[in-house]
Design a binder for this molecule. Structure first.
Ligand code: TYD
Ligand code: MG
Length: 443
Protein backbone atom coordinates (compact mmCIF):
# COMPACT_ATOMS: atom_id res chain seq x y z
CA UNK A 1 0.00 0.00 0.00
CA UNK A 2 1.26 3.44 -0.82
CA UNK A 3 1.37 6.50 1.33
CA UNK A 4 0.90 10.03 0.08
CA UNK A 5 2.70 13.08 1.45
CA UNK A 6 1.87 16.68 0.60
CA UNK A 7 4.97 18.20 -0.95
CA UNK A 8 3.93 21.61 0.27
CA UNK A 9 3.18 21.11 3.95
CA UNK A 10 4.11 17.50 4.74
CA UNK A 11 0.52 16.32 5.40
CA UNK A 12 0.21 12.51 5.12
CA UNK A 13 -2.67 10.45 3.73
CA UNK A 14 -3.27 6.76 2.98
CA UNK A 15 -5.00 7.61 -0.29
CA UNK A 16 -4.49 10.21 -2.97
CA UNK A 17 -6.45 13.44 -2.55
CA UNK A 18 -6.59 16.22 -5.14
CA UNK A 19 -6.54 19.04 -2.64
CA UNK A 20 -4.47 18.90 0.52
CA UNK A 21 -6.87 19.26 3.48
CA UNK A 22 -4.16 20.92 5.54
CA UNK A 23 -2.72 23.62 3.30
CA UNK A 24 -5.37 23.63 0.55
CA UNK A 25 -2.78 23.18 -2.21
CA UNK A 26 -4.01 21.36 -5.32
CA UNK A 27 -2.20 18.32 -6.74
CA UNK A 28 0.49 18.41 -4.12
CA UNK A 29 0.18 14.86 -2.71
CA UNK A 30 2.88 12.50 -3.97
CA UNK A 31 3.27 8.79 -3.51
CA UNK A 32 6.14 7.85 -1.24
CA UNK A 33 8.49 5.10 -2.29
CA UNK A 34 7.25 1.67 -1.29
CA UNK A 35 7.75 0.88 2.36
CA UNK A 36 8.21 -2.80 1.44
CA UNK A 37 11.66 -2.06 -0.02
CA UNK A 38 12.80 -1.03 3.41
CA UNK A 39 11.42 -4.18 4.99
CA UNK A 40 13.59 -6.36 2.78
CA UNK A 41 16.66 -5.02 4.54
CA UNK A 42 18.80 -7.60 6.41
CA UNK A 43 19.09 -7.51 10.18
CA UNK A 44 21.92 -5.26 11.20
CA UNK A 45 23.72 -6.55 14.22
CA UNK A 46 24.49 -4.07 16.97
CA UNK A 47 27.99 -2.66 16.83
CA UNK A 48 29.44 -0.57 19.63
CA UNK A 49 32.59 1.01 20.99
CA UNK A 50 33.59 2.70 24.24
CA UNK A 51 33.00 6.45 24.14
CA UNK A 52 36.59 7.01 25.28
CA UNK A 53 37.78 5.75 21.91
CA UNK A 54 35.58 8.11 19.97
CA UNK A 55 37.55 11.09 18.68
CA UNK A 56 36.59 14.39 20.26
CA UNK A 57 34.67 16.68 17.93
CA UNK A 58 35.16 19.82 19.86
CA UNK A 59 38.94 19.88 19.53
CA UNK A 60 40.24 22.27 16.93
CA UNK A 61 37.28 24.54 16.45
CA UNK A 62 37.33 26.67 13.36
CA UNK A 63 37.12 30.29 14.41
CA UNK A 64 35.38 32.93 12.34
CA UNK A 65 36.64 36.48 12.07
CA UNK A 66 33.98 37.74 14.48
CA UNK A 67 34.38 37.11 18.18
CA UNK A 68 30.67 37.68 18.86
CA UNK A 69 29.73 35.02 16.31
CA UNK A 70 32.23 32.55 17.76
CA UNK A 71 30.86 33.24 21.21
CA UNK A 72 27.37 32.16 20.13
CA UNK A 73 28.70 29.11 18.30
CA UNK A 74 30.47 28.05 21.49
CA UNK A 75 33.96 29.01 20.34
CA UNK A 76 33.81 28.49 16.58
CA UNK A 77 32.60 25.79 14.20
CA UNK A 78 33.05 22.13 15.01
CA UNK A 79 34.10 20.01 12.04
CA UNK A 80 31.09 18.63 10.20
CA UNK A 81 28.73 20.90 12.08
CA UNK A 82 25.59 22.09 10.37
CA UNK A 83 24.30 25.48 11.48
CA UNK A 84 20.92 26.90 10.56
CA UNK A 85 21.12 30.69 10.56
CA UNK A 86 17.62 32.14 10.63
CA UNK A 87 16.25 35.64 10.55
CA UNK A 88 13.83 37.92 8.81
CA UNK A 89 14.67 39.06 5.31
CA UNK A 90 16.89 42.14 5.44
CA UNK A 91 18.09 41.70 9.00
CA UNK A 92 21.68 41.22 7.82
CA UNK A 93 22.30 37.46 7.52
CA UNK A 94 24.25 37.66 4.27
CA UNK A 95 26.26 40.57 5.61
CA UNK A 96 27.09 38.64 8.78
CA UNK A 97 28.26 35.68 6.75
CA UNK A 98 30.46 37.73 4.43
CA UNK A 99 32.06 39.55 7.33
CA UNK A 100 32.57 36.57 9.58
CA UNK A 101 33.94 34.18 6.97
CA UNK A 102 36.36 36.45 5.20
CA UNK A 103 39.30 34.76 6.92
CA UNK A 104 38.14 31.26 6.00
CA UNK A 105 38.12 29.67 2.58
CA UNK A 106 34.42 29.81 1.84
CA UNK A 107 32.22 28.27 -0.81
CA UNK A 108 29.30 30.68 -0.97
CA UNK A 109 26.25 29.32 -2.74
CA UNK A 110 23.61 31.91 -3.36
CA UNK A 111 20.20 31.64 -4.89
CA UNK A 112 19.29 35.01 -3.43
CA UNK A 113 21.77 37.30 -5.11
CA UNK A 114 23.91 37.35 -8.24
CA UNK A 115 27.70 37.11 -8.03
CA UNK A 116 28.02 40.78 -8.96
CA UNK A 117 25.77 41.83 -6.10
CA UNK A 118 27.70 39.73 -3.61
CA UNK A 119 31.00 41.11 -4.86
CA UNK A 120 29.72 44.65 -4.72
CA UNK A 121 28.65 44.22 -1.13
CA UNK A 122 31.95 42.55 -0.17
CA UNK A 123 33.83 45.47 -1.69
CA UNK A 124 31.70 47.97 0.19
CA UNK A 125 32.39 46.05 3.39
CA UNK A 126 36.09 46.12 2.63
CA UNK A 127 36.36 42.35 2.72
CA UNK A 128 39.15 40.41 1.06
CA UNK A 129 37.68 38.63 -1.92
CA UNK A 130 40.45 36.03 -2.26
CA UNK A 131 38.87 33.63 0.19
CA UNK A 132 35.45 33.41 -1.44
CA UNK A 133 34.29 31.06 -4.17
CA UNK A 134 30.86 31.96 -5.48
CA UNK A 135 28.36 29.57 -7.00
CA UNK A 136 24.76 29.83 -8.12
CA UNK A 137 24.27 26.09 -8.58
CA UNK A 138 21.12 25.30 -6.66
CA UNK A 139 20.64 21.57 -7.20
CA UNK A 140 21.84 19.89 -4.04
CA UNK A 141 23.18 16.78 -5.82
CA UNK A 142 25.32 19.04 -8.02
CA UNK A 143 26.44 21.14 -5.07
CA UNK A 144 27.57 18.06 -3.19
CA UNK A 145 29.39 16.52 -6.13
CA UNK A 146 31.23 19.77 -6.85
CA UNK A 147 32.02 20.50 -3.23
CA UNK A 148 33.47 17.02 -2.76
CA UNK A 149 35.95 17.71 -5.56
CA UNK A 150 37.19 20.95 -4.02
CA UNK A 151 36.93 19.80 -0.39
CA UNK A 152 40.66 20.32 0.19
CA UNK A 153 40.44 23.95 -0.94
CA UNK A 154 37.57 25.05 1.28
CA UNK A 155 37.01 25.41 5.03
CA UNK A 156 33.29 26.09 5.12
CA UNK A 157 30.19 26.06 2.89
CA UNK A 158 27.34 28.56 3.00
CA UNK A 159 23.93 27.98 1.46
CA UNK A 160 22.08 31.28 1.06
CA UNK A 161 19.26 30.33 1.38
CA UNK A 162 17.86 26.87 2.02
CA UNK A 163 14.59 28.05 0.44
CA UNK A 164 16.30 28.34 -2.95
CA UNK A 165 18.07 24.97 -3.21
CA UNK A 166 16.35 21.76 -4.29
CA UNK A 167 16.91 18.07 -4.79
CA UNK A 168 16.25 16.45 -8.14
CA UNK A 169 15.05 13.34 -6.36
CA UNK A 170 11.90 14.66 -4.73
CA UNK A 171 8.84 16.54 -5.90
CA UNK A 172 7.85 20.02 -4.89
CA UNK A 173 8.97 23.60 -5.28
CA UNK A 174 12.20 24.77 -3.64
CA UNK A 175 11.27 25.84 -0.13
CA UNK A 176 8.46 23.28 0.29
CA UNK A 177 8.64 20.94 3.26
CA UNK A 178 9.67 17.88 1.26
CA UNK A 179 12.39 19.82 -0.53
CA UNK A 180 13.67 21.45 2.66
CA UNK A 181 13.90 18.12 4.43
CA UNK A 182 15.56 16.30 1.56
CA UNK A 183 18.13 18.99 0.79
CA UNK A 184 18.95 19.42 4.48
CA UNK A 185 19.34 15.66 4.94
CA UNK A 186 21.73 15.46 1.98
CA UNK A 187 23.78 18.43 3.15
CA UNK A 188 23.98 17.06 6.68
CA UNK A 189 25.27 13.72 5.41
CA UNK A 190 27.83 15.49 3.25
CA UNK A 191 28.99 17.71 6.13
CA UNK A 192 29.49 14.77 8.46
CA UNK A 193 31.22 12.56 5.91
CA UNK A 194 33.57 15.28 4.78
CA UNK A 195 34.04 16.91 8.17
CA UNK A 196 33.20 20.32 6.80
CA UNK A 197 30.96 22.87 8.53
CA UNK A 198 27.95 24.06 6.54
CA UNK A 199 25.93 27.15 7.33
CA UNK A 200 22.43 27.06 5.98
CA UNK A 201 20.59 30.35 5.90
CA UNK A 202 16.81 30.29 6.28
CA UNK A 203 14.38 33.17 6.08
CA UNK A 204 11.72 33.24 8.74
CA UNK A 205 8.99 35.76 9.25
CA UNK A 206 8.03 37.38 12.53
CA UNK A 207 5.52 34.72 13.51
CA UNK A 208 8.06 31.96 13.02
CA UNK A 209 6.86 30.64 9.63
CA UNK A 210 6.05 27.17 10.94
CA UNK A 211 6.05 25.47 7.56
CA UNK A 212 9.49 26.83 6.69
CA UNK A 213 12.99 26.35 8.07
CA UNK A 214 11.62 25.67 11.53
CA UNK A 215 10.95 22.11 10.39
CA UNK A 216 14.73 21.69 10.05
CA UNK A 217 15.47 22.64 13.62
CA UNK A 218 15.64 19.10 14.95
CA UNK A 219 17.91 17.97 12.09
CA UNK A 220 20.71 20.51 12.42
CA UNK A 221 23.37 20.88 15.13
CA UNK A 222 22.73 24.50 15.89
CA UNK A 223 19.96 26.98 15.22
CA UNK A 224 21.11 30.55 15.45
CA UNK A 225 18.70 33.39 15.05
CA UNK A 226 19.66 36.89 13.98
CA UNK A 227 17.22 39.37 15.46
CA UNK A 228 16.68 43.06 15.16
CA UNK A 229 14.21 45.68 14.18
CA UNK A 230 14.66 47.43 10.89
CA UNK A 231 14.28 50.78 12.58
CA UNK A 232 17.08 50.07 15.03
CA UNK A 233 20.71 49.45 14.23
CA UNK A 234 21.22 46.82 16.92
CA UNK A 235 21.29 43.16 15.95
CA UNK A 236 21.36 40.26 18.37
CA UNK A 237 22.60 36.80 17.49
CA UNK A 238 21.03 34.15 19.69
CA UNK A 239 21.43 30.37 19.70
CA UNK A 240 18.08 28.62 20.07
CA UNK A 241 19.70 25.24 19.98
CA UNK A 242 23.37 24.30 20.08
CA UNK A 243 24.70 20.78 20.34
CA UNK A 244 28.23 22.13 20.70
CA UNK A 245 27.80 25.09 23.02
CA UNK A 246 25.59 26.97 25.42
CA UNK A 247 22.34 28.53 24.27
CA UNK A 248 22.73 31.30 26.80
CA UNK A 249 25.30 33.29 24.92
CA UNK A 250 24.29 36.13 22.68
CA UNK A 251 26.31 38.15 20.21
CA UNK A 252 25.58 41.84 19.81
CA UNK A 253 26.20 43.86 16.68
CA UNK A 254 25.45 47.27 15.35
CA UNK A 255 24.57 47.68 11.68
CA UNK A 256 26.54 50.64 10.42
CA UNK A 257 27.33 52.11 7.02
CA UNK A 258 30.21 49.69 6.61
CA UNK A 259 28.45 46.58 7.78
CA UNK A 260 28.18 45.01 11.21
CA UNK A 261 30.25 46.22 14.12
CA UNK A 262 30.72 44.08 17.21
CA UNK A 263 29.38 45.60 20.39
CA UNK A 264 31.00 44.78 23.71
CA UNK A 265 30.09 47.76 25.83
CA UNK A 266 27.50 46.64 28.43
CA UNK A 267 26.00 50.13 28.32
CA UNK A 268 25.69 50.21 24.53
CA UNK A 269 21.90 50.03 24.67
CA UNK A 270 21.57 53.04 26.92
CA UNK A 271 21.26 56.41 25.34
CA UNK A 272 21.72 58.34 28.52
CA UNK A 273 22.10 57.17 32.12
CA UNK A 274 21.61 60.50 33.82
CA UNK A 275 18.33 61.91 32.42
CA UNK A 276 15.60 62.79 34.86
CA UNK A 277 12.52 61.74 32.97
CA UNK A 278 9.49 60.07 34.48
CA UNK A 279 8.71 56.61 33.19
CA UNK A 280 12.21 55.43 32.47
CA UNK A 281 14.25 52.82 34.32
CA UNK A 282 17.56 51.12 33.67
CA UNK A 283 17.46 47.38 34.14
CA UNK A 284 20.32 44.93 34.37
CA UNK A 285 20.15 41.33 33.22
CA UNK A 286 22.52 38.51 32.41
CA UNK A 287 22.74 37.73 28.74
CA UNK A 288 24.88 34.65 28.57
CA UNK A 289 27.79 35.13 30.89
CA UNK A 290 27.82 38.90 30.80
CA UNK A 291 25.66 41.52 32.41
CA UNK A 292 23.98 44.03 30.11
CA UNK A 293 21.92 47.11 30.81
CA UNK A 294 18.79 48.23 29.01
CA UNK A 295 16.47 51.18 29.22
CA UNK A 296 12.79 50.48 29.81
CA UNK A 297 10.28 53.19 29.07
CA UNK A 298 6.72 53.15 30.28
CA UNK A 299 4.07 55.69 29.44
CA UNK A 300 0.88 55.63 31.48
CA UNK A 301 -1.62 58.14 30.18
CA UNK A 302 -5.21 58.61 31.40
CA UNK A 303 -7.54 56.56 29.25
CA UNK A 304 -11.02 57.24 28.03
CA UNK A 305 -11.50 53.68 26.83
CA UNK A 306 -13.49 51.05 28.68
CA UNK A 307 -10.74 48.57 27.74
CA UNK A 308 -7.59 50.64 28.22
CA UNK A 309 -4.78 50.10 25.75
CA UNK A 310 -1.76 47.91 26.52
CA UNK A 311 1.02 48.22 23.97
CA UNK A 312 4.25 46.33 24.58
CA UNK A 313 7.49 46.18 22.63
CA UNK A 314 10.74 44.48 23.61
CA UNK A 315 9.38 42.44 26.51
CA UNK A 316 6.85 39.64 26.64
CA UNK A 317 3.27 40.92 26.35
CA UNK A 318 1.72 38.40 28.70
CA UNK A 319 4.48 39.06 31.22
CA UNK A 320 3.48 42.72 31.27
CA UNK A 321 -0.18 41.80 31.76
CA UNK A 322 0.84 39.61 34.66
CA UNK A 323 2.89 42.41 36.22
CA UNK A 324 -0.05 44.79 35.82
CA UNK A 325 -2.28 42.33 37.64
CA UNK A 326 0.26 42.00 40.45
CA UNK A 327 0.56 45.79 40.70
CA UNK A 328 -3.22 46.23 40.83
CA UNK A 329 -3.53 43.70 43.57
CA UNK A 330 -0.59 44.69 45.74
CA UNK A 331 -0.14 48.40 45.11
CA UNK A 332 -3.78 49.22 44.67
CA UNK A 333 -3.11 51.54 41.73
CA UNK A 334 -6.08 52.30 39.45
CA UNK A 335 -4.43 50.92 36.33
CA UNK A 336 -7.76 50.48 34.59
CA UNK A 337 -7.92 54.22 34.06
CA UNK A 338 -4.61 54.35 32.20
CA UNK A 339 -3.47 53.39 28.74
CA UNK A 340 -0.08 51.77 29.22
CA UNK A 341 2.75 51.62 26.71
CA UNK A 342 5.97 49.68 27.43
CA UNK A 343 9.08 49.84 25.28
CA UNK A 344 12.73 48.80 25.41
CA UNK A 345 15.07 51.35 23.87
CA UNK A 346 17.19 50.19 20.95
CA UNK A 347 14.69 47.79 19.40
CA UNK A 348 16.06 44.89 21.41
CA UNK A 349 14.18 42.19 23.22
CA UNK A 350 14.72 41.29 26.87
CA UNK A 351 13.80 37.72 27.69
CA UNK A 352 15.05 37.65 31.26
CA UNK A 353 12.69 38.06 34.23
CA UNK A 354 15.34 40.36 35.73
CA UNK A 355 13.60 43.25 33.98
CA UNK A 356 10.35 42.83 36.01
CA UNK A 357 11.31 45.19 38.80
CA UNK A 358 12.36 47.89 36.33
CA UNK A 359 9.08 47.62 34.45
CA UNK A 360 7.13 48.09 37.67
CA UNK A 361 9.38 50.96 38.77
CA UNK A 362 9.02 52.84 35.51
CA UNK A 363 5.26 52.35 35.60
CA UNK A 364 5.08 53.80 39.11
CA UNK A 365 7.37 56.60 37.95
CA UNK A 366 5.14 57.38 34.98
CA UNK A 367 1.93 57.35 36.99
CA UNK A 368 3.47 59.55 39.68
CA UNK A 369 5.08 61.70 37.05
CA UNK A 370 8.31 61.63 39.03
CA UNK A 371 11.66 60.51 37.62
CA UNK A 372 13.39 57.55 39.26
CA UNK A 373 16.57 58.27 41.22
CA UNK A 374 19.41 59.20 38.86
CA UNK A 375 22.10 56.60 38.10
CA UNK A 376 19.98 53.82 39.55
CA UNK A 377 19.39 50.36 38.19
CA UNK A 378 16.69 47.77 38.81
CA UNK A 379 17.21 44.06 38.82
CA UNK A 380 14.75 41.50 40.11
CA UNK A 381 11.96 39.15 39.22
CA UNK A 382 8.51 39.99 40.52
CA UNK A 383 6.45 37.09 41.86
CA UNK A 384 2.67 36.71 41.89
CA UNK A 385 2.57 37.59 45.56
CA UNK A 386 4.22 40.93 44.95
CA UNK A 387 7.56 39.73 46.25
CA UNK A 388 10.89 40.60 44.62
CA UNK A 389 12.99 37.57 43.79
CA UNK A 390 16.67 37.15 43.22
CA UNK A 391 17.62 36.49 39.60
CA UNK A 392 20.40 34.52 37.99
CA UNK A 393 23.70 36.41 38.10
CA UNK A 394 22.38 39.16 40.35
CA UNK A 395 25.67 39.65 42.22
CA UNK A 396 27.55 39.99 38.96
CA UNK A 397 25.05 42.51 37.58
CA UNK A 398 25.25 44.58 40.75
CA UNK A 399 29.03 44.68 40.84
CA UNK A 400 29.17 45.52 37.14
CA UNK A 401 26.67 48.35 37.70
CA UNK A 402 28.86 49.78 40.45
CA UNK A 403 31.91 49.57 38.22
CA UNK A 404 30.03 51.45 35.52
CA UNK A 405 29.07 54.26 37.87
CA UNK A 406 25.45 53.23 38.41
CA UNK A 407 25.70 53.04 42.19
CA UNK A 408 22.08 52.92 43.32
CA UNK A 409 20.80 49.41 42.94
CA UNK A 410 17.23 48.27 43.53
CA UNK A 411 17.32 44.50 43.78
CA UNK A 412 15.99 41.64 45.92
CA UNK A 413 18.69 42.62 48.43
CA UNK A 414 17.36 46.14 48.90
CA UNK A 415 13.63 45.78 48.10
CA UNK A 416 11.77 42.72 49.25
CA UNK A 417 8.36 43.52 47.82
CA UNK A 418 6.53 45.88 45.49
CA UNK A 419 5.02 47.65 48.47
CA UNK A 420 8.51 48.38 49.69
CA UNK A 421 9.52 49.57 46.22
CA UNK A 422 6.62 51.98 46.09
CA UNK A 423 7.55 53.28 49.52
CA UNK A 424 11.20 53.72 48.63
CA UNK A 425 10.38 55.56 45.44
CA UNK A 426 7.78 57.64 47.26
CA UNK A 427 10.21 58.78 49.90
CA UNK A 428 12.24 60.65 47.33
CA UNK A 429 9.27 62.76 46.32
CA UNK A 430 5.56 62.67 46.66
CA UNK A 431 3.74 59.52 47.54
CA UNK A 432 1.07 58.16 45.25
CA UNK A 433 -2.10 57.32 47.14
CA UNK A 434 -4.92 55.45 45.49
CA UNK A 435 -8.36 56.76 46.31
CA UNK A 436 -11.71 55.77 44.86
CA UNK A 437 -11.46 58.87 42.65
CA UNK A 438 -8.05 57.99 41.26
CA UNK A 439 -4.53 58.75 42.31
CA UNK A 440 -3.63 61.65 44.53
CA UNK A 441 -0.14 62.71 45.45
CA UNK A 442 0.81 63.53 48.99
CA UNK A 443 3.00 66.53 49.70
P1 TYD B 1 21.45 41.52 4.22
O1 TYD B 1 22.70 40.96 4.76
O2 TYD B 1 21.27 41.51 2.75
O3 TYD B 1 20.17 40.84 4.88
P2 TYD B 1 19.61 39.34 4.74
O4 TYD B 1 20.64 38.50 4.10
O5 TYD B 1 19.30 38.93 6.14
O6 TYD B 1 18.36 39.45 3.92
O7 TYD B 1 21.38 43.00 4.78
C1 TYD B 1 20.35 43.81 4.43
C2 TYD B 1 20.32 45.14 5.11
O8 TYD B 1 21.48 45.56 5.79
C3 TYD B 1 20.08 46.13 4.03
O9 TYD B 1 18.74 46.56 4.14
C4 TYD B 1 21.00 47.24 4.26
C5 TYD B 1 21.71 46.94 5.53
N1 TYD B 1 23.16 47.19 5.41
C6 TYD B 1 23.71 48.27 6.07
O10 TYD B 1 23.02 49.04 6.73
N2 TYD B 1 25.07 48.48 5.96
C7 TYD B 1 25.87 47.67 5.24
O11 TYD B 1 27.09 47.91 5.17
C8 TYD B 1 25.27 46.57 4.56
C9 TYD B 1 26.08 45.64 3.72
C10 TYD B 1 23.92 46.35 4.68
MG1 MG C 1 20.56 37.62 2.19
Amino acid sequence: MGFYICSNCGYGSASWIGKCPDCNQWNSLVLQRDEKDKRKEKTQKLTFKPLTEVPSLVKGRLQTGLFEFDRVLGGGFVSGEIVLLTGEPGVGKSTLILQSLSNLKTLYISGEEAAEQVKDRAERLNIQLENFFFSDTLQVEGIIEGAREIREKIDVIVIDSVQTVYSKEVEGQPGSITQLKETAAKLIRFAKENKIPIIVIGHVTKDGDIAGPKTLEHMVDAVINFEGERVSHFRVLRAQKNRFGSTDEIGIFEMAGRGLREVNDPLAFLEDTTGHVPGKAIVGSMEGRRPLFFEIQVLASPSILTMPRRVVKGVDYSKVLLLLAVIRKHLNLPLHSYDIYVNVVGGVEIKSPAADLGIVASLISSIKNLPLPPKSIFVGEVGLLGEVRQVYGEKKIVSEAKRLALPQVFSSETVKSLKELQKQLGEKGKKAIATPKGIVFSE
